[in-house]
Design a protein around this ligand. Structure first.
Ligand SMILES: [Zn+2]
Length: 317
């Protein structure tokens, strides 16, 4: 579906929200831009649903992919500069993904603010989710479908500049092969030293092969050079934080530029976090090469790896 304004895009999300498999929190979103639009609910990636059902966590992450993130992972076009409509106020993790995917406008259905679910969780929205959008220069609106009305929650100043501390490194390659893949990984270890990074071979819109290297970083717009940012980064070290892990960052970067990863060429220097592994399953990645299979942010990441590999959902080499 193609949308050139947010009201029909929101309607498309509302139209499918009832089909969300989530028994309690049904959420839907639409990502749209010039010539494209895609709606999706929150959901369990099919292999996770089939092997684990709804009630088993993967490591310390739920097995679901949120609607906003699902839209980004499934978008058939580059999401850069796009817009997103969502039935409910978004969580900080989705805010991070939306920022990394280069989306510039978010519309939230006004009804989402009245739900109990939001009332219980609103702290995270007001502090973290909005803080992320402000730094990333993303405009956020509350939307009324019936009277086609928008009220800004935040609009970035004109000519707002988003600082980026560690751009994703891209390099064209002649042909994808195991040898070239290993060379790019070796180069990554040299450049990023002890920091976590990911490498992917992908095809751009013209079918050309590109090697991408991304390291984990402070969420788009935050830098570790600004003292205020450092303070903000240190404040949020629990359930949500202001770091974007390298595998997740790579998934969002691919979506941002409309690139597809080439099967078998996805590398992570350490075991991805539980959430990253669920997102990998959501993105249909079946194999990942891990630099050090004993190195992980937390024990939960290792648990998630064990679960997904034993279930035959992702193979780790
Ligand atoms: Zn979310």
């Amino acid at each position: 579906m193609i949308f050139d304004e947010p009201f029909s895009a929101m309607q498309a999300a509302v139209d499918i929200v009832g089909t969300s498999p989530h028994p309690a929190n049904k959420v839907a979103a639409t990502v749209f831009g010039l010539g494209y639009g895609l709606s999706h609910t929150n959901y369990w990636p099919i292999p996770i649903f089939e092997k684990f059902g709804m009630n088993t966590d993967i490591g310390n992450s739920s097995g679901t992919v949120h609607a906003e993130t699902a839209c980004i992972l499934k978008a058939a076009h580059a999401t850069e500069g796009g817009s997103l409509c969502v039935t409910d106020p978004f969580c900080p993790n989705c805010a991070k993904n939306i920022a990394e995917a280069g989306i510039k406008k978010i519309y939230i259905d006004h009804k989402g603010f009245d739900k109990d679910f939001f009332k219980r969780r609103s702290g995270h929205f007001e502090t973290m989710s909005m803080q992320i959008c402000e730094k990333a220069g993303i405009a956020v609106y509350e939307l009324w479908r019936k009277d086609e009305r928008l009220v800004p929650i935040f609009e970035p100043p004109a000519n707002y500049f988003v600082s980026e501390d560690s751009p994703v490194y891209r390099e064209p390659i002649e042909d994808a092969s195991e040898g070239v893949f290993n060379d790019v990984i070796a180069q990554g270890f040299k450049i990023h030293n002890k920091r976590k990074f990911s490498v992917v071979f992908a095809k751009d819109g013209k079918g050309k092969c590109i090697a991408l290297t991304a390291r984990g970083h402070a969420v788009t717009g935050f830098t570790t050079e600004d003292p205020d940012d450092i303070k903000a980064l240190e404040q949020h070290e629990h359930k949500y934080n202001l770091f974007q892990e390298p595998v997740n960052r790579m998934l969002m970067y691919l979506a941002r530029h409309g690139m597809k990863p080439m099967e078998g060429y996805f590398f992570s220097s350490a075991v991805p976090t539980s959430r990253e592994q669920v997102n990998l399953a959501g993105a249909g990645i079946k194999r990942i090469t891990v630099g050090d299979l004993t190195k992980a942010r937390d024990a939960d990441s290792l648990t998630a790896m064990k679960q997904l590999s034993e279930a035959g959902i992702i193979s780790y080499t």
